[in-house]
Design a protein around this ligand. Structure first.
Ligand code: HEM
Length: 337
């Protein structure tokens, strides 16, 4: 595994490129989905040309494209649209669904983290005197622990940002003593920093407290110690969308339900992520079973904060000890996963 100083990064990158060369970047299913999408988009474009009245005033990305291209898009432009739509689908589904599965497993797999998230949501709902559905974007983003859990799930497990971010050098460059010729493909291997012990002590541990202080979160992001949603010009345009949806989903579940985590690993541990070529199905080794109403939740929403939750939340308000070199909350948060 890569946990260390990134010394394996070179071989991982080479393995990934080998695998892409042999298998192609995408699985046959993704390629088929791309082809299907292309067919549908082309048919819809033709239909817009033949029956513009059907779409008049439609507030959609497709209509915007149709108007901008004046109904005269050539094959290359249509291919661009198809690729953009496919990227959007992959970004939204590939990243978001995988993140949700890991996130829910980590949260439900650790009673102290679950208690902390519950306490945080309960505190916010009590403060706003409202239900989850009434929460606004800013409210959801103010759930520090919940959002830290999202960041941590992406840092440890996401496929696209961590394992496959490519760029093409538009001009010849020099970086760190290496000459990069124009046109070279550059692999930005985010896992090399995301799994580096220097920046993430006990890097394999799911430790959301790393980011619960917004100042620390922002500094680490500015220093590019994590690039979970990318950085700069190509940064994820869907981050706030993703964070608000995922926070609302997690908040709704933790307030209402208990579940049990079942994994395929010994001791029912959450398996460490894999290095190298991306495989979309690693999250499939995790299952949440025995969905049932939350214990002690009579009303289904507002309950007294359980004592373990209070402890977890007050622990979160204390600055993590920087000295130990390992997750300072590992005791409070229970078993590491
Ligand atoms: C947990 C969920 C998500 C994660 C971890 C994530 C991560 C990322 C990352 C790291 C990038 C930058 C890739 C690069 O530098 O090449 C990116 C780009 C992008 N993301 Fe997300 N994303 C998520 C959800 C979403 C959602 C829900 C949407 C849309 C609704 C979305 C739309 C996009 C788009 C359109 C880009 C390309 C931006 C560009 O090329 O300028 N993402 N995402």
């Amino acid at each position: 595994m890569l946990y260390g100083n990134g010394e394996n990064a070179g071989s991982i990158v080479c393995n990934t490129i080998d695998s892409i060369n042999k298998e192609g970047l995408f699985s046959p299913q993704v390629r088929q989905a791309g082809e299907d999408l292309r067919k549908v988009l082309n048919e819809r474009y033709e239909d817009r040309k033949n029956h513009p009245e059907k779409y008049l005033g439609e507030d959609s990305l497709f209509e915007e494209f149709f108007v901008l291209s004046k109904g005269e898009a050539d094959d290359e432009m249509l291919q661009g649209l198809q690729q953009f739509m496919l990227t959007l689908q992959l970004a939204a589904n590939g990243n978001q669904l995988v993140t949700i599965r890991w996130l829910m497993s980590h949260v439900y797999g650790d009673p102290a983290i679950l208690a902390g998230v519950r306490a945080e949501v309960e505190e916010l709902l009590a403060k706003k005197a409202c239900g989850i559905r009434d929460l606004k974007l800013d409210d959801l983003l103010s759930l520090n622990l919940t959002n830290a859990c999202i960041t941590e799930a992406v840092r440890l497990h996401s496929d696209i940002p961590s394992k496959l971010t490519l760029r093409s050098a538009e001009i010849p460059m020099e970086f760190g003593g290496y000459k990069i010729p124009q046109g070279a493909t550059i692999f930005l291997y985010a896992d090399a920093v995301h799994k580096d012990e220097k920046y993430f002590p006990d890097a394999a541990a799911f430790c959301p407290h790393r980011y619960t202080d917004p100042k620390v979160f922002n500094q680490k992001m500015m220093d590019r110690e994590f690039v979970t949603f990318g950085h700069g010009r190509k940064r994820c345009t869907g981050e706030l969308h993703a964070r608000s949806q995922i926070s609302a989903l997690l908040a709704s579940f933790v307030m209402r339900f208990d579940m049990d985590l079942v994994t395929s690993a010994e001791g029912n541990k959450i398996p460490e992520d894999h290095d190298g070529p991306f495989v979309f199905d690693t999250a499939n080794t995790l299952k949440l079973v025995n969905l049932r109403p939350r214990a002690g939740d009579v009303s289904g929403s507002k309950t007294a904060v359980p004592s373990v939750a209070t402890a977890a939340l007050s622990g979160l308000r204390q600055p993590p000890s920087a000295s130990s070199g390992s997750c300072p909350f590992s005791g409070l948060f229970g078993s590491k996963s």
